[in-house]
Design a protein around this ligand. Sequence first.
Ligand code: PMP
Length: 439
Amino acid sequence: MNLRLDDRLQSARDRYVARRPASAELASAAAEYLPGGHTRTVLHFDPFPFRVASAEGAHLTDVDGNTVVDLLGNYTAGLAGHSPTAVAQAVAAALDSGWALGATHPDEIRFAKLMTDRFPAVERVRFTNSGTEANLMAISTARHVTGRDAIIVFSGGYHGGVLTYGTTGRAINAPFDTELATFNDLETVAAIMTARGSEIAAVLVEPMLGSGGCIPPDPGFLAGLRTLCDRNESLLIFDEVMTSRLSPGGAQQRFGVMPDLATFGKYLAGGMSFGAFGGRADILSVFDTSRPARGIAAGLEPLGHAGTFNNNVLTMAAGVATLEEVVTSDAIGALNDKGEGLRARLGEIFDRSGLEMSVSGLGSLMNIHPVAGPVRTPADLAHGDERLRELFFFEMLEAGYYLARRGFIALSIPVTSTELDGFCAAVRAWTESMSGVDV
Ligand code: PMP
């Protein structure tokens, strides 16, 4: 007799719990002080998340002694892997010379030069503490220099905890005047511009939807946004917090479309807290306290940009080491090739299995979905069987591979080809085992 999917899921959950008594105990303790037992919601999953005791290279070991291959790479911030030597040494050296300076220091110049050399649309850059903050600053800058209030964003887009446009989490969004368009559908953007063109300060877009399911742009979509923004005199902002890894010069270089402003975060400071926004010098000149603003910002008073930790010594040192020594052009190229190979193999396994499962993404970023592909917009994901997604997550974890509960994978440099072979074998075995399950 065939096993029912619900029963198999319950038994996978039970096995997960049985192997993690120490994590279970810590989950109860955590809930005493942290609402829900966590302080970063995405890390929580029911019945409770495992708690990490140590991390090394591409491996995590939890407090119960279970070690897994880390395919999640801290939701892209861990591209360099755990404790990369060059970053650890740079941070150690910075600790030796003091870190709460309340003054400027040389490393912020070196890091800024590395960022502007690397990303073609970034003529000037300013540092923040997170990707969320970078986006808040970019939006606010765009509104200020254009003298317009509204922004266009995309359903399923994610730009931070208070800039979330997926199916959940919108209740605490920052109160910007926001219009929602559909990713990969230029008509929806054009229609908003027709209705409210003179009010639209900027279009804010992830060049590939990341949290929304790793949905790549259709050919011409980003270039089309560029044209629409030019025609409407609105700014184009690329949120490259995730996509900056898709080529050495980010998605802007990969797709050959230059935004006016771009935002960054995640891996660029080797895993330390980090964010940045940058772009056209004439726009950023509004923060130049020594000279009159130029270009689009001409005539505007210089703005302040505050932030106690904007030039955080440890982050700046880590960023320099990361860009100079770890996340080199060659390393980015090799990692994206590895990701293309993995995605092709996973796609083939799911196609052959007959299951309603697929994988989408670009380079080293991908998402496994409980729907048959192709996935072009978030609406294509609406009818997936969430039980399949959860079962896949728990059974991959049991096989020794950690990906996000939602199926997201962000490869990091230390993940080996042998480990990816092992993961593909585990996925194949899983799809075969599903043939006896009544979905
Ligand atoms: N933008 C994108 C595209 C992101 O993926 C994220 C984080 N997942 C953010 C912004 C927010 O960055 P942070 O978590 O550093 O605030």
